[in-house]
Design a protein around this ligand. Structure first.
Ligand SMILES: Cc1ncc(COP(=O)(O)O)c(C=O)c1O
Length: 387
């Protein structure tokens, strides 16, 4: 079934991350991604410039920040770059909504069961305000989206979902969810960290009110640098949790100390992460050179190769859902006769960098890795399973 290389193949795409040179087959983008060459170069340049000149070129830094907002806006199909805030991480975006929304006792929020802690704890924290959090088991339902709808009623204020679930890559139909919420007057929040950079996102088509995603997974960027999208109407419904100079309407004159801007910058209280911005913009440039439609195609092609290969290995069961519309960049599996932790250790020893999540091995290759890498990976898995 598979060919046997001794080292993970490199990428056919110029400037792609080079973890294979260190002997790793990096299929762990759902955790933290290695950087493309241009991202490393951007950080190096930023450091050198700063060491030599300090912020002498600050105007250029601001231009880069604006370009980053525009690029991110285009990536999620936002109508305007003024709908994009640059925050620290996904969690900060989620907390901005959860703690900023004027929720009343008796209101409820609907989320899928088993969400990643960042998309669960901030909502559960609203229980102290008398808010009910309804956690819906989307995996055992015949129709996951319908199960979420069934949990909603006239006191539902918000639906919060991960576009793609972190353990097994279960993908929700954002268009269907968003359109339903819009019709019902329910706010729609999307944690897009496991989707953005791998699969396309369209905030307008999916009627998304709020979206957050950090850069360090599928966007191939640095940690501590996230996008937070909000529509103008939705963000006016959030009380500001942090205030400071950077969120003021006229922040560069330092004169007005009271008026928060109406743009999404109102959620950025203080100085930006200029180095992180340079890094993320470079990473986006790497993705956009291929283009998101082609990136998505390649990600799903890898998923297809992995599922098809894994089901042929004796004793292996794919635990991710296999319907095409549920697929993402993540494929999880278990193997009969092997504990997941033992199998994980064997794969680690073979240089395979993946994750152990929820009792299964989670694989998450990216678009820049092609069929040769999938072939190599399947060979290592087969070896580990039959050992
Ligand atoms: C679904 C999901 N949300 C959020 C995060 C991380 O959030 P943050 O960007 O705040 O670190 C992860 C990381 O694994 C995740 O899988």
């Amino acid at each position: 079934m598979v060919t046997h290389h001794t080292q993970a193949p490199g990428s056919p795409i110029a400037g792609a991350p080079i973890a294979h040179e260190a002997g790793f087959c990096w299929v762990n983008h759902a955790a933290i991604a290695p950087w493309p060459a241009r991202t490393a170069e951007a950080v190096k340049q930023f450091a050198e410039e700063n060491a030599a000149l300090g912020p002498e070129n600050y105007k250029a830094w601001i231009k880069r920040e604006n370009e980053l907002r525009r690029t991110l806006a285009a990536m999620v199909n936002a109508t305007s770059s003024s709908d994009i805030a640059l925050l620290k991480n996904t969690t900060e975006g989620i907390c901005t909504v959860a703690f900023g929304l004027d929720l009343a006792s008796g209101d409820n929020i609907v989320i899928p069961k088993d969400e990643f802690a960042s998309n669960r704890l901030p909502w559960l924290a609203q229980q102290q305000r008398g808010v009910e959090v309804r956690q819906v088991d989307i995996r055992s339902a015949d129709d996951a989206e319908a199960a979420l709808f069934a949990a909603m009623d006239e006191r539902t204020r918000l639906l919060a979902v991960s576009a793609v679930q972190w353990t097994d890559g279960f993908r929700l139909d954002l268009l269907r969810l968003g359109q339903f919420c819009r019709q019902q007057g329910i706010l729609f929040f999307v944690d897009a960290i496991q989707q953005l950079g791998a699969l396309q996102v369209d905030v307008q088509a999916a009627c998304i009110d709020f979206l957050a995603a950090d850069a360090h997974k599928w966007l191939l960027g640095p940690e501590g640098m996230a996008l937070f999208y909000s529509t103008p109407g939705a963000r006016q419904r959030l009380q500001l949790l942090q205030v400071g100079w950077h969120m003021l309407e006229t922040h560069w004159s330092f004169a007005d100390t009271t008026t928060a801007t109406h743009t999404a910058r109102r959620f950025e209280a203080g100085s930006p992460n200029s180095m992180g911005q340079a890094a993320l913009l470079a990473s986006l440039g790497f993705l956009l050179k291929t283009g998101m439609p082609a990136v998505e195609q390649r990600v799903l092609a890898n998923t297809c190769l992995l599922i098809d290969g894994l089901v042929q290995i004796k004793g292996v069961t794919v635990t991710s859902r296999q319907e095409l519309y549920r697929r993402s960049g993540i494929v999880s599996f278990v193997a009969a006769q092997h504990s997941a932790s033992k199998l994980f250790e064997s794969l680690q020893s073979a240089g395979i960098r993946c994750s152990l999540r929820n009792g299964a091995i989670r694989l998450s290759p990216h678009f820049y890795q092609g069929p040769a890498t999938m072939d190599y990976l399947l060979a290592r898995i087969e070896q580990a399973v039959t050992a």
